[in-house]
Design a protein around this ligand. Structure first.
Ligand SMILES: Cc1cc2nc3c(=O)[nH]c(=O)nc-3n(C[C@H](O)[C@H](O)[C@H](O)COP(=O)(O)OP(=O)(O)OC[C@H]3O[C@@H](n4cnc5c(N)ncnc54)[C@H](O)[C@@H]3O)c2cc1C
Length: 410
């Protein structure tokens, strides 16, 4: 009979198939997909149980591709339709220039999936986290260890072990790091990463506005600033602002009314007058990429593998793709998993996922550098790039088609 996922007495833990460090949305989804293969999974997170069961609203709105939504549903993660807001079109502008580029459109340019009238859905990050956490409850093969950090990794013949900060050990045939872009597990496994602190800040806030957004996401790039508007239910939207620290501090010090007036001005009245609907969230903006995705019986997934710039709006989709690829690599042509975590399986995973994330990493870094450059030649290059992309569509291919397809690809 299935038991609810709960904290376990660590001394009772026998050798598991997989130990996953990080019960974020990616770790939870991976646990569900592995448990469906009858693999035993221990999921470890530093956060307390209550924080994982009822995650705080962190202001993030995640753009889910159709492939990601299908993957979550197949894993048993049920996100109510009323919690989703459709995206019908995505547009990108170079500063104040009225000539923008349509990155993706469900109707206009036929970039949405056939028969679908949206290119994706926006869902609040805490809604995904809550739904994923609820889904692991009652799954017999998943055990949860909360409120403990990983302090070391051990090794034996055909297994690794996770040593926790209370000295408990969890041995498993495979250890998966799903502990985010500053992954401690990655470091403990000796896997190096490029971590780039952009020095910028990301402010996000939900706003109400006077004019309809028509389910369009807008992004404007102008020198050091990047502004995005993500359409939510009714006449509300999430503002995502990439800013230098002094601008961020200045905006944070404003009253709600003054912030709304400044946001209306910054967004050039595109959706009319705005008023604040949520709290202001402030994130330091760093991006990261692991040089190698696997070590001896260790694999990296989600942001621990690559933490993309939010400008791509696809970090979570790429994380889900890493789950899909790892599960595929662990199963031999749909046969039962024989030795989970064997080097040959991990090599396949690393090769397939690296092939996808490398071009995304380089292209998104180049895009951010180009749009963050305030010098006049860069403005001209941006103008030309938008014009070229309008005609040839390489950016479109990068920003949505490739990602959506890669998320679904096996
Ligand atoms: C402002 C913002 C907006 C974003 N918008 C989008 C978007 O529109 N679309 C999109 O696709 N992506 C977006 N992203 C990216 C997306 O949020 C991430 O890709 C996603 O959260 C990664 O999930 P994860 O499970 O890999 O890591 P995380 O969500 O970071 O979860 C990691 C988990 O590991 C745990 N942990 C950490 N360290 C340890 C440790 N030492 N021991 C044990 N547990 C540990 C943490 O408690 C946490 O539960 C955005 C990110 C930000 C910051």
């Amino acid at each position: 009979m299935s038991q609810p996922a709960r904290d376990v007495a660590l001394k009772d833990v026998a050798i598991k198939d997989v130990a996953i460090v990080g019960a974020g949305p990616i770790g939870l989804c991976l646990a569900l997909e592995l448990a469906a293969l009858d693999l035993s999974v221990t999921l470890i997170d530093a956060a307390p149980y209550t924080a994982l069961a009822s995650p705080d609203d962190d202001g993030r709105e995640i753009a889910l591709t159709h492939a990601s939504r299908e993957q979550l549903a197949a894993a048993g993660i049920d996100i109510p339709a009323r919690q989703m807001a459709p995206i019908r079109e995505a547009r990108l502008y170079n500063g104040a220039s009225p000539r923008g580029m349509t990155l993706a459109s469900a109707r206009g340019e036929g970039r949405g999936r056939e028969g679908q009238d949206s290119i994706g859905q926006l869902v609040a990050n805490h809604v995904i986290r809550r739904a994923a956490f609820e889904a692991v409850q009652g799954v017999e093969h998943i055990q949860l260890v909360t409120g403990r950090r990983v302090s070391a990794l051990g090794a034996g013949p055909g297994w690794r072990s996770v040593l926790l900060d209370d000295q408990a050990q969890i041995p498993a045939r495979l250890v998966v790091a799903a502990d985010g872009r500053l992954s401690a597990t990655r470091r403990l496994a000796g896997l190096s990463a490029q971590i780039h602190d952009t020095g910028q800040r990301l402010l996000v806030r939900r706003m109400a506005h006077a004019r309809p957004h028509r389910e369009v996401t807008w992004s404007w790039f102008s020198g050091e600033r990047g502004l995005a508007l993500l359409p939510l239910a009714g006449d509300t939207a999430s503002l995502v602002m990439t800013l230098p620290p002094h601008d961020a501090e200045w905006l944070k010090a404003l009253s709600s009314e003054a912030f709304a007036a400044e946001a209306t001005r910054l967004y050039q009245g595109s959706v009319g007058e705005m008023s604040c609907r949520g709290t202001l969230h402030d994130y330091p903006l760093s991006v990261s990429r692991a040089e190698h995705l696997v070590a001896d019986r260790v694999a990296l997934v989600g942001d621990a593998a690559v933490g993309l710039h939010p400008v791509t709006a696809h970090g979570f989709n790429v994380g889900l793709a890493s789950v899909r690829r790892l599960v595929d690599a662990l199963t031999h042509h749909d046969k039962a998993v024989e030795d989970v975590g064997a080097p040959a399986q991990l090599a396949v995973y690393a090769r397939h996922h690296q092939r996808v994330i490398l071009p995304l990493w380089h292209a998104s870094r180049a895009l951010v550098a180009l749009y963050g450059d305030t010098r006049p030649p860069a403005r001209i290059v941006r103008h030309l790039a938008l014009g070229a992309a309008r005609r040839a569509g390489p950016l479109q291919w990068l920003m949505e088609g490739y990602l959506a397809k890669s998320a679904a690809r096996r």
